[in-house]
Write a protein that binds this ligand. Structure first.
Ligand code: ADE
Length: 277
């Protein structure tokens, strides 16, 4: 089946009217956009917004972030989760201060913590380059539009073919917005969708991902509270607040989490004492 003939203008018009007023949509500053994209990598928009604003108040540009004590950066990040992102972002800021901003996707990808999606997002939002940013939302929207799953390389080509001339920034945001607000993974709301030509309109949703679902298919998940990541987050939050290590965890769990944090450079241990770097 050929790819769907999608009304790109209708989607752009919908985005113009319905877009959420998110703070990173008001800037073309590559630093501010990079901060937002790194925060959004594993975290929901609503949770990111207050952290984003507080972080930028403390570290308004790459020079401020590059020069900041690591402990201050972790303190500002603590609570958002995946704290290693904060260290990687600071390393990227230091590279940018030293070398300047890369001006193309390949150069952006060389920055620590910047993968293909983030590079394309910064390239299009900050530098207006004609590149398609394909994240999970975009992948799902395009899969539904064409009613077809593709390999990553095929998907990237299809996403590039959809880009309207000179509108990559708005288009990338629009498709992401569609995936986040209308074409959700479990609950697509086709009645509210501007995607004229979509092959999945009114039809059962394509599976949200390659993961098997239903009886016996879903992988067993451990509760977040039982994960190492939870303990690590509690440790960093306590140290960032100037408090002692959290109690209530089995010593072996605490030790495992501390060892992981130390390995990742998120804490420093000296004898029995533990501190932020
Ligand atoms: N998720 C990842 N990047 C985003 C962006 N720029 N806007 C909204 N949601 C996003």
């Amino acid at each position: 089946m050929p790819a769907a003939a999608v009304d790109v203008e209708a989607i752009l018009a919908w985005y113009g009217q319905r877009r959420r007023d998110l703070p990173w949509r008001r800037t073309r500053d590559p630093y501010r956009i990079l901060v937002s994209e790194v925060m959004l990598q594993q975290t929901q928009v609503a949770r990111v917004v207050p952290y984003y604003q507080a972080f930028l108040a403390l570290f308004p540009d790459e020079a401020a972030l590059a020069a900041a004590p690591v402990a201050d950066v972790l303190r500002a990040w603590s609570g958002l989760g995946y704290n290693r992102r904060a260290l990687t972002l600071q390393t990227a800021a230091r590279v940018v201060v030293r070398d300047g901003w890369p001006r193309d996707v390949d150069g952006l990808r060389l920055l620590p913590g910047v993968g293909p999606y983030t590079a394309a997002a910064v390239a299009s939002f900050a530098f207006d380059l004609q590149v398609a940013a394909v994240d999970t939302n975009v992948r799902r929207v395009i899969a539904r539009l064409d009613r077809r799953e593709r390999t990553p390389a095929e998907l990237q080509r299809r996403a590039a073919a959809l880009l309207p001339p000179a509108r990559a920034a708005d288009w990338n945001q629009a498709v992401m917005e569609l995936g986040a607000t209308v074409c959700g993974s479990r609950t697509p709301v086709c009645d509210a969708c501007p995607a004229i030509g979509c092959r999945s309109r009114g039809r059962p949703a394509l599976a949200a991902s390659g993961r098997a679902r239903g009886a016996g298919g879903a992988p067993a998940r451990i509760r977040f509270e039982d994960s190492d990541r939870f303990v690590r987050g509690r440790i960093v939050a306590a140290l960032a607040a100037g408090e002692p290590l959290p109690d209530g965890f089995e010593p072996v769990r605490l030790e495992r989490a501390l060892a992981g944090l130390e390995r990742d450079g998120l804490v420093v241990r000296e004898g029995a004492s533990v501190r932020l770097p």
